[in-house]
Design a protein around this ligand. Structure first.
Ligand SMILES: [Zn+2]
Ligand SMILES: [Zn+2]
Ligand SMILES: [Zn+2]
Ligand SMILES: [Zn+2]
Length: 375
């Protein structure tokens, strides 16, 4: 099969307000060879575990940039000098670009979040093939920020190849696979926190700073439906590859933990987080920078209006399970590491795997989480 040109793609957001042609990408054919970045800023400004970026050779149009909110990070994001910026759609919260600065502090180039790259319907001709893999993972960067290997723990191999593991973004700081495996093993040994412990979930800028009560499905949460309530002292977590999650986070795999809505408090006020249609009212969650949008009928997605991190997915269509909300695992701060294994039970859940734009990653992660769930 001949290589599929990136000019057949577009870079878009969930609400469709933003659309840039794939012809602006530096790499001309799929798959785009890139790293997965596991650093704290990337995780905490997206809510995902490890985004990938595809460089633009020309800037997005001013019209596109005007549709974005901008978060200027004060810390180093990837291999560049500060300030770096995350750009996310003002309307729907999709993380679409990062801006990389040069030594003079001016914008050198933009990179698209790889999850926003998809087939451009205007370029589709009858019988056209399209890529099953937008990106090909060359290495994992900043594993030192994960403590537990993060998503790299499920991507020790991809399609039979072994990506490299870097402690930072420096190829001289390569970690062996046994070091990564030891990180995972160590995180698994961290005991479940006591019943009165609280877990912090905080976006990069701190505008969304929440506390999650420890799971208690034996008593307090015993009426929550069984699907989410096993085991009794941990919350279930899983991944989603659906188009809407992918676009909102800008990554092809999206990590969710399923939490009863009553177990989430705003740190500064101690108040319960307001969900559902009531959340759409202005000022619905004082003490936070949360923005909420009904991105499809009965589905409300929430993100930080200041740094852009995706935070919640709430659905009215859950047929009796409205009492549970999904929170992005990328903003969770657990002692054991980014997978928060002492708080979360990762089940063999990879929803909408057929919709995934990185099928090699989806296949590999699915296999790995199924193996972990059996242990
Ligand atoms: Zn949008
Ligand atoms: Zn990063
Ligand atoms: Zn989804
Ligand atoms: Zn924020």
């Amino acid at each position: 099969m001949t290589a599929i040109p990136t000019s057949t793609a577009r870079i878009t957001c969930l609400c469709g307000a933003i659309s840039e042609p794939g012809s602006k990408l530096v790499q001309q054919t799929f798959p785009i060879k890139e790293e997965l970045c596991h650093c704290n800023p990337c995780r905490q400004t997206t809510g995902a575990l490890a985004p990938a970026f595809a460089n633009f050779k020309v800037h997005p149009t001013q019209e596109t940039l005007d549709k974005c909110d901008v978060y200027e990070s004060s810390t180093k994001v990837r291999r560049s000098v500060p300030p770096d910026c995350t750009l996310f759609c003002k309307t729907c919260g999709t993380k679409v670009f990062v801006a990389i600065s040069n030594d003079q502090g001016q914008i050198d180039h933009y990179s698209a979040l790889a999850g926003c790259i998809e087939r451009n319907p205007q370029q589709v001709k009858e019988g056209d093939q399209w890529t099953k893999d937008v990106i090909e993972v060359m290495h994992h960067a900043f594993l030192s920020d994960t403590n537990d290997g993060g998503l790299a723990g499920h991507l020790l191999k991809v399609d039979g190849n072994t990506p490299k593991f870097y402690e930072t973004d420096d190829e001289n700081a390569e970690l062996s696979i046994s070091v990564v495996e030891a990180m995972i093993a160590k995180s698994r040994a961290v005991p479940t926190p006591p019943i009165d412990a609280q877990l912090t979930a905080e976006c990069r800028c701190g505008g969304v700073d929440l506390r999650i009560l420890r799971a208690d499905f034996a008593e307090r949460d015993k009426d929550i439906k069984e699907h989410y309530s096993y085991p009794i002292d941990k919350y279930v977590a899983g991944l989603c590859a659906c188009r809407s999650c992918r676009l909102h986070f800008g990554t092809s795999l999206v990590p969710w933990a399923y939490i009863p809505v009553g177990n989430l408090n705003v740190a500064s006020t101690g108040r319960k987080v307001v969900f559902g249609h009531a959340a759409l009212e202005p000022g619905s969650n004082p003490g936070t920078t949360l923005k909420h949008s009904e991105t499809s009928k009965g589905v409300i997605r929430s993100w930080c209006g200041s740094c852009g991190a995706s935070v919640f997915f709430w659905s009215a269509e859950r047929k009796g399970r409205e009492e549970v909300v999904d929170i992005s695992v990328g903003i969770i701060r657990a002692e054991s590491g980014v997978m928060a294994r002492e708080w979360l039970e990762w089940r063999d859940l990879l929803s909408y795997d057929h919709e995934g734009t990185d099928q090699a990653l989806v296949r590999q992660v699915k296999q790995s989480i199924e193996a972990e769930a059996k242990e």
